[in-house]
Ligand binder design. Structure first.
Ligand SMILES: Cc1cc2nc3c(=O)[nH]c(=O)nc-3n(C[C@H](O)[C@H](O)[C@H](O)COP(=O)(O)OP(=O)(O)OC[C@H]3O[C@@H](n4cnc5c(N)ncnc54)[C@H](O)[C@@H]3O)c2cc1C
Length: 150
């Protein structure tokens, strides 16, 4: 049996996780040892339905990850660890927590940042961008305590 290749996926968001799910459902899954870096403290969740957090959905409801997905598929998940640099010559990825991984195949699924128009007044602290789930909790508390919002 030939040695497995190391496949590194940077980003465990909607695309990164769909890629992993599809790979694990395919007949080439055993060709790879899979490692993924997830900058956020939580594995993939449904960002499209993030606003439903305010109408009662929990972080668990929004999760895209089936129970034990990573363990059952032998995927190494580096949670809360950002891939900071890629050495294309050496084929390595170095993370913020100083994990160094040699890869054979590399997938970048890092998403994007929305363009925010420079409206006047944007510097006041009542304008929030709801992309990462981790900022919704304090925002939800503010929603429950309107006196905090000026
Ligand atoms: C409220 C809301 C509603 C939306 N509605 C729609 C819609 O109706 N239709 C639609 O098509 N799209 C919608 N979008 C956009 C949609 O969320 C994105 O298209 C989708 O999430 C893109 O998936 P992605 O995996 O490319 O990026 P993301 O889901 O953003 O995932 C990228 C992940 O990679 C991580 N990452 C980035 N850099 C690194 C790094 N160096 N190391 C490790 N991890 C890293 C990020 O932290 C993130 O977790 C909506 C977004 C929001 C916020």
């Amino acid at each position: 049996m030939s040695k497995k290749q190391t496949l590194v996926v940077i980003g465990n968001g909607m695309v990164g996780h769909t890629f992993l799910s599809d790979l694990m459902a395919s007949d080439i899954k055993d060709c790879y040892e899979v490692i993924t870096f997830c900058e956020e403290p939580r594995a993939a969740y449904d960002r499209v339905h993030l606003t439903e957090y305010f109408s009662g959905k929990s972080a668990e409801d929004l999760s895209m990850v089936e129970d034990n997905f990573f363990q059952e598929n032998n995927i190494t998940l580096h949670l809360g660890d950002k891939a900071e640099s890629i050495d294309l010559k050496k084929k390595t990825v170095l993370s913020a927590k100083k994990t160094l991984i040699h890869y054979d195949k590399l997938v970048l699924a890092t998403g994007s940042f929305p363009f925010v128009p420079p409206f006047r007044g944007m510097i006041v602290k009542i304008v929030w961008f709801i992309a990462p789930l981790k900022i919704l909790k304090p925002l939800q508390l503010r929603q429950k305590s309107p006196k905090l919002v000026r």
